[in-house]
Design a protein around this ligand. Structure first.
Ligand code: 5GP
Ligand code: MN
Length: 342
């Protein structure tokens, strides 16, 4: 854990004296990326600051209920405006990532900036030299939990309002798989505070879990019936999707969310992968594991990626079939030393 080096009063001063605050999060933003950035955004609005949240690329449509998301800038759609905001910022927050390559098209502008940046994150091995100050803890459930902790520490007299609370609750819920893993007693303490502040858990559940489209449900059925491959000797199960298959089911970003967990739910399977071919000649891989199997090492070593021990991602240049062949070949070798581990 890396605690903040600056005392709360100094951090308040840094925030209050900034005129152009930019909040950044990672590519393919998930519930925690959006929840932490929009949670902080809504809190800063309460304090009469007007920050801008910038995400590198599009986010799943079911997060459209998050308060403040309509003001968010999507950088690969509004590139010039987004780059200008990053260059002109006088204070930046980096949320839910620790490597600047996670910023996609914003990376170069971020590295060239002169303004100070604060990091709030829970991924392993941050490059701490890049930031003025860090609140970094790999044992935290989520970056949203760290934002809740940060606000409690820096603004002890100002509880978050309902909008900030809804976003932070969403992030904590999503990054723990609905409080299935990675949580501690602190997570529940912060969630309780968010609920007391008016977090709308009801809206969130309906938007994320009860708003499936028929296309997504059919795609899920197709994946489980036709596309799931189970390799018991490797403890591996995976699903691979081509662009053609996605088009057949009118795929929209987020439609394959949690499919990888369905593969992981098989007894005896220790590692699951969702392979998704993209439109640009790249194929993305989403890794999940049980217990101590470090899929972030696999993602970093062989798939240009990284992440957490039990949830990570990566990509290769090539199509889904090539990614599948590489996956099986790589896992066959990589898994050997872990075969007798719990
Ligand atoms: P997902 O499979 O949901 O896309 O990602 C799972 C986790 O892995 C998230 O915590 C995400 O931040 C991380 N992750 C996904 N893709 C990458 C990547 O390309 N590089 C790194 N360093 N982390 C990734
Ligand atoms: Mn996260």
């Amino acid at each position: 854990m890396t605690s903040l080096r600056h005392p709360p009063a100094r951090l308040r001063e840094i925030i209050f004296s900034a005129r152009k605050i930019v909040l950044l999060t990672h590519k393919n933003p998930d519930g925690d990326a959006l929840g932490s950035a929009l949670g902080l955004y809504n809190f800063l609005l309460q304090k009469k600051k007007h920050p801008v949240v910038i995400v590198p690329d599009a986010y799943p449509h079911y997060f459209r209920f998050l308060p403040g998301r309509e003001k968010m800038l999507v950088a690969d759609k509004h590139t010039e405006v987004a780059l200008k905001k990053v260059r002109e910022a006088d204070l930046l927050f980096c949320l839910d990532f620790n490597r600047t390559d996670r910023l996609g098209c914003l990376e170069a502008a971020f590295l060239e900036r002169t303004a100070p940046a604060l990091l709030l994150d829970h991924h392993p091995d941050p490059d701490t030299a890049l930031w003025l100050d860090c609140l970094h803890d790999t044992s935290a459930s989520s970056t949203s939990e760290l934002v809740a902790l940060f606000l409690h520490h820096v603004f002890p007299k100002d509880p978050p309002g309902a909008d900030a609370a809804t976003c932070l609750y969403t992030g904590m819920f999503m990054d723990t798989g609905g409080f299935m893993f990675n949580f501690t007693e602190n997570t529940f303490r912060h969630c309780a505070r968010m609920l007391a502040a008016g977090a709308r858990a009801d809206i969130f559940v309906e938007a994320v879990f009860q708003s499936n489209t028929e296309d997504r449900m059919r795609l899920m059925g197709y994946c489980l019936y036709e596309k799931l491959r189970v390799l018991p000797d490797l403890g591996l199960a995976y699903i691979s999707l081509t662009q053609e298959e996605m088009k057949r089911f009118n795929f929209r970003k987020g439609d394959s969310e949690s499919f990888v967990n369905l593969a992981l739910s098989i007894g005896g399977i220790r590692m699951a992968v969702l392979i998704s071919e993209q439109e640009d000649g790249i194929t993305r891989l989403s890794f999940r594991s049980k217990g101590s199997l470090p899929v972030n090492d696999l993602a970093a070593q062989y798939f240009n990626g990284g992440g957490h021990r039990n949830a990570s991602g990566g990509q290769i240049q090539g199509n889904a079939a090539q990614a599948e062949a590489l996956l099986v070949e790589t896992v066959t070798r990589w898994i050997t030393p872990f075969k007798n581990m719990a």
